[in-house]
Design a protein. Structure first.
Length: 319
């Protein structure tokens, strides 16, 4: 029996690549260089399954008349890089990898919160530059998270995991906004009717909603202006949630105290001004980057593809 032809757009963890090889006729990307739009189109023409990541733009043009492909097995929980309507119109099934990266991503959000609060990155920069002259009572004083208010935008799995960490480990008060009523936030937390209400009361605002569509520039100049001047903005979700130019302007004006960012509007590019700001902690989209999590993400793709090609419903179908 001929095995389904599968192509991965990037290099995956070795254990997952072995699992793919055992089940499919697979083409891997050992060079780990992103595929061009033409190469993605070619992949859709010649493979039964194409497995993209967040960095592959699978838009209507790429999806026009796919020859052979029947399924897109996204390696990631977010799928704003894929035009779902165009994929559906082209008759493609789309799957993602939810659940397995909840803790890793919440850990990175917490890391960013503590980093900006305690000025960790500033301290490390000073040390590495050989500029530390010894302990001083007023050196690099940060702000204590204990008793402060965390405002979560998007109370899904990752938002709840962030709330749990901040409530139990940091004794923070939790408020949140979600488009849907959340009856079980997991810890004592108050749901507020609007994003604006969250922004007005929070000392730390952490974004945990999906990117793309109506959420593009969810945090714009007007909403940044609602935040307290002492508040910090944390984004470990998607870069397009924030109008990055407006964020730079708010930071330059001192309208907010700082930001912790793992994702950017035009990755891998980021606004040059951000790199020069001491009150901004910058990470290169590390949310799910643990070996355990990346293996689990990959094995989730394998499960989705296996189910699809065995005629079962893929467990994580989004279209
Ligand atoms: C995700 O899974 O959405 C991560 O951000 C990587 O794409």
């Amino acid at each position: 029996m001929t095995r389904p032809r599968v192509i991965c757009s990037r290099k995956w963890p070795a254990s997952v690549e072995a699992a793919l090889r055992a089940r499919f006729d697979v083409v891997l990307n050992q060079a780990d260089v992103a595929l061009s739009a033409a190469e993605l189109k070619d992949a859709l023409d010649n493979f039964d399954a194409v497995c993209p990541t967040v960095t592959d733009t699978i838009d209507a043009e790429v999806l026009a008349a796919p020859g052979r492909a029947r399924i897109l097995g996204q390696f990631g929980v977010g799928f704003n890089n894929i035009d779902l309507e165009a994929a559906k119109a082209a008759g493609l099934v789309v799957t993602n990898t939810p659940g397995v990266l909840t803790d890793a991503t919440a850990d990175i959000a917490l890391t960013l919160l503590l980093n900006v609060a305690r000025r960790i990155h500033e301290g490390q920069t000073m040390l590495r530059a050989g500029e530390w002259t010894g302990w001083r009572p007023t050196q690099l004083m940060g702000t204590s998270p204990q008793g402060k208010t965390l405002g979560i935008i998007g109370m899904g799995r990752i938002g709840k995991a962030m709330a749990k960490r901040c409530f139990h480990a940091l004794d923070m008060e939790i408020v949140f906004h979600d488009a849907y009523p959340i009856t079980d936030p997991g810890v004592p937390a108050k749901q507020l009717a609007t994003i604006e209400e969250v922004l007005q009361v929070a000392d730390f605002v952490s974004l945990h909603c999906t990117g793309g569509g109506d959420n593009i520039h969810l945090i714009d100049a007007a909403r940044l202006a609602r935040m307290k001047p002492t508040a910090y903005l944390i984004n470990s979700a998607r870069g397009d949630l924030i109008d990055e130019a407006a964020l730079v302007a708010a930071l330059e004006a001192g309208a907010i105290a700082g930001a912790g960012l793992d994702v950017y509007e035009r990755e891998p590019a980021l606004s040059a001004a951000l790199t020069g700001m001491a009150n901004v902690c910058l990470l290169p989209h590390l949310g799910s980057a643990t070996i355990e999590t990346r293996e689990a993400m990959g094995m989730t793709v394998v499960e989705n593809l296996s189910a699809f090609f065995e005629g079962r419903e893929p467990p994580n179908r989004v279209a």
